[in-house]
Design a protein around this ligand. Structure first.
Ligand code: SF4
Ligand code: SF4
Ligand code: SF4
Length: 272
């Protein structure tokens, strides 16, 4: 049973979030929402333990499609960063603010950038593209993410300062248009740089939250230096260019790890 400890712990963690929010907000939606996400993630980890080839893709599709189609399009919740600013400005601890607090701000202290590896609906599509491992070194254009972050903030702040009416409706269309732009830019960059995750590395504004928080992540891939033979296979297969053989928190691109486990699966010495 010990090998199933992680999916059980994750399930319990999400279930406790689900019950706490359900009772605190007196809203059954939170019980359903976080139970569904917890079940999907635990199922994925369970499938991974069972060495199912597509375990991570199963979770990506279960969570990503749920958030994009059900929450975003059907329930009209803007779960993009503009939605976060919107709810923050209105002072309401609802929807996107809760989502960001759990998945992107405080959650990463426990599960790092698990969101990026298992739940993000943008990466869900990008991971279908052919460039699973980057063939070139990183470009020095990561600063674009900070501009995107500032633009999203200024956009929502301007709507409030200008007292624009029906912001809720604007937020819905911002979600639709924003996602289309993200997909187009993400796919174009993947082909231009021959790297599926180029969008994540250079453009995504959410990494401004994710990177510093995941620095302290409890869940990390570590290397057993006694077993490692320095073959370099782990770095070769890593989609995010992480130097996973270095156990320090300051390792190269350490805050980029999306816990995809490709390095673990490919290590010939089971050192990770
Ligand atoms: S970096 Fe952004 S786009 Fe990429 S997986 Fe994470 S949240 Fe999604
Ligand atoms: S793949 Fe395994 S053995 Fe090879 S360098 Fe990485 S950790 Fe070491
Ligand atoms: S291959 Fe390993 S180090 Fe690279 S992102 Fe995936 S889990 Fe992290």
């Amino acid at each position: 049973m010990r090998k199933y400890a992680l999916p059980i712990v994750l399930l319990l963690l999400f279930e406790s979030i689900a019950i706490t929010l359900w009772l605190a907000k007196d809203n059954l939606f939170y019980l359903f929402n976080f139970s569904y996400i917890g079940l999907s993630i635990s199922l994925g980890v369970f499938l991974y333990i069972k060495q199912h080839k597509h375990a991570r893709r199963v979770v990506q599709l279960l969570v990503g499609l749920y958030m994009l189609v059900y929450l975003g399009i059907i329930c009209r919740e803007n779960m993009q960063i503009e939605g976060f600013w919107y709810y923050l400005f209105t002072g309401v601890f609802e929807a996107a603010t809760i989502h960001y607090a759990v998945a992107k701000i405080f959650g990463p202290l426990v599960f790092g950038r698990g969101w990026c590896g298992y739940a993000c609906w943008t990466a869900m599509v990008l991971d279908f593209l052919p460039y699973k491992t980057p063939s070139d070194s990183r470009k020095k254009i990561g600063w674009i993410r900070y501009i995107m972050f500032a633009v999203s903030f200024v956009f929502v702040a301007a709507l409030f300062l200008a007292h624009v009416g029906n912001i809720e409706q604007i937020m819905f269309w911002a979600f639709i248009v924003g996602n289309i732009i993200y997909y187009v830019v993400g796919i174009a960059l993947a082909y231009a740089f021959k790297d599926n995750r180029a969008f994540c590395k250079y453009i995504c504004p959410i990494t401004v939250f994710l990177k510093p928080m995941s620095y302290y992540s409890l869940l990390r891939v570590k290397c057993d230096v006694e077993k490692c033979v320095s073959c370099g296979k782990c770095k070769q297969v890593c989609p995010m260019d992480v130097d996973v053989t270095d156990n320090s928190r300051r390792r190269l691109n350490g805050t980029e790890c999306i816990l995809c486990m490709e390095c673990v699966k490919n290590c010939p010495k089971n050192a990770l």
